[in-house]
Structures are given as structure tokens and as C-alpha cells.
Design a protein around this ligand. Sequence first.
Ligand SMILES: NC(=O)c1ccc[n+]([C@@H]2O[C@H](COP(=O)([O-])OP(=O)(O)OC[C@H]3O[C@@H](n4cnc5c(N)ncnc54)[C@H](O)[C@@H]3O)[C@@H](O)[C@H]2O)c1
Length: 272
Amino acid sequence: MANGILKGKRGIISGALNEMSIAWKVAELAHAEGASFVLTNAPVAMRMGEINKLSEATGAAIIPADATNDDDLEKLFAEAQSKLGGPMDFVLHSIGMSPNVRKGRPYDDLNYEWYKQTLDVSAMSLHRMLQAAHKGNALAEGASVVALSYIAAQRVFPNYGDMADAKALLESIARSWGYRLGKDKNVRVNTVSQSPTMTTAGSGVKGFDGFFGFAQEMSPLGNAPAEDCARFCLALFSDYTKFVTMQNLYHDGGFSSTGVTPEIMARFTSAE
Ligand SMILES: NC(=O)c1ccc[n+]([C@@H]2O[C@H](COP(=O)([O-])OP(=O)(O)OC[C@H]3O[C@@H](n4cnc5c(N)ncnc54)[C@H](O)[C@@H]3O)[C@@H](O)[C@H]2O)c1
């Protein structure tokens, strides 16, 4: 179904860890749509080696960068520009990790050093990326930046722990940069709030199966698959969405607007 909507565009795609990653699908589809881009991930993620397969399949170079390290990010934007031959038309931030969630520390017993890491890796990293891009003059006129979020930024999902706070911060950073970069170069910055998705980061959340199943039943269209999330990201990178900015856009099959469904009600209704 490729239509060449990213033909001639240059970009950076972060966060492709393995075939399940949302960023992996974005890279595959962006390649099919005619984009040229570089892949980036934390140096530690390179050890798994999976990303090399994606690099071969898409012809994209890999530039390792820890998204919490400003020197790495400066180099990322400088190298991406020299490899691709100009400034970026799109950037995907697909990065999230909470040591507290990973290690089972609940919200009322957080390790604060880990909490800082959660916020740095999952939210401040967007600020760091955009600051590096801005200072390095690495974004093209009318470029588009997308970061992936989750509805726990607006509503409580107890097992999501401190990641909820990180997503709220991420969405705020997207608006704050969106204002500045919009004025500066007509750059758009949005967050996409995605359905629960079976990936390494997703399944790290305690009780993820229940989470996934509940959202599936609560969404008239069902949970949005990773591939469709990727398609939505591509639409936001394309010239078809030039005036969409500073938004948190739900890509969730209708979950965020559904109060209850008859199927779920039936479980609480006594038979007449
Ligand atoms: N899976 C879900 O249910 C779901 C739902 C909504 C939003 N999201 C968001 O989508 C994004 C992508 O996650 P995913 O589900 O594809 O899982 P994933 O585990 O495949 O991707 C997360 C990525 O973050 C990278 N990362 C972690 N620390 C980093 C660092 N310091 N520097 C650079 N990269 C680092 C990891 O290496 C990995 O590639 C995340 O922001 C996640 O919160 C996921």
C-alpha cells in the first residue's frame, strides 16, 4: 500500500530493538514510502544485534546514541546530516524505560534514583534530542517530530507506575518545543498515544495481558497494532499533516472516548 508519501525525506528513527518494536515497523514502512533515514538506539541495545537486520533491509546506517547523553545526541544529528546529505525532515522518538516498573517497585515505594532515570530516559530525552537538533541546526523547514505516548499520562493505570509521570512530562515537552520550533521553522511536534502493544517495553508492565485484553474490549476498533501505529506516524511525517502540531493524538481504536461497553457491563449485571 506504499504511495511514496515520504519520497525525498530524510529522518532519524530511534528505538528499534527487535521486530516487535513500534520503531521497527516505522522503519520498514518509511523505507517502503521512499524515505532515507538513520537508525539509532542505546549502545547497550546494539549488543543484541537485531538492529543490524533492519539496517540491511532498509539500507539505513546505525548511529548508536544514549538518549540521555547530550554529546551522543549532538553527534547523532551531525552524523545523520552528513550521511543523509542535509537536515532532518522527520524524527521519531520511540524510547521508554522505567527501572522501577522493570524491577517491580510500585508507585508508593519508588526508588528515586530509578525514578530520575525513568524521567530522563522516557521524557527528558525528547527535550535533549530537540535541543541538540535545534542547536545543531539539524531540522529542515517544516520537519515533523513524533514521540510515542500512552493514555496513563491522563488517567490512572496503577501498574504503569512512574511511567505515567514520564508520559505526562513527554507530552508537555512536545507542546513546549512544538511552540518554539513552529515559530522558528514551521516544525511540527506531536505525541501519538498508542494502544497497549505486545513489545519488549509493553510486556515489561506487570499484568500486561490483562491490560491488553481490557483495552481490546473497551475499544470499538480493538487495540491498534504496531504496524498501524507506524502508518499513523508516517502520515504525521508526511506533507498531508503540515498544520498538525502540539497535539497528543490518540491512536487507540477509540479506547480513550469509550466509557463502558455492554460486554463489560454484562459482567456486573445480574441476570433478570
Ligand atoms: N508497547 C506498548 O504497549 C506501548 C503503548 C504506548 C506507547 N508505547 C511507547 O512506544 C515507545 C516504543 O516502545 P515499544 O513498545 O516499541 O518497545 P521497545 O522495547 O521495542 O522500544 C523501547 C526502546 O527504547 C530504547 N531505549 C531505552 N533506553 C534508551 C536510551 N537510554 N537511549 C536510547 N534508547 C533507549 C530501547 O533500546 C528500545 O529500543 C515507548 O516510548 C513506549 O513507552 C508503547
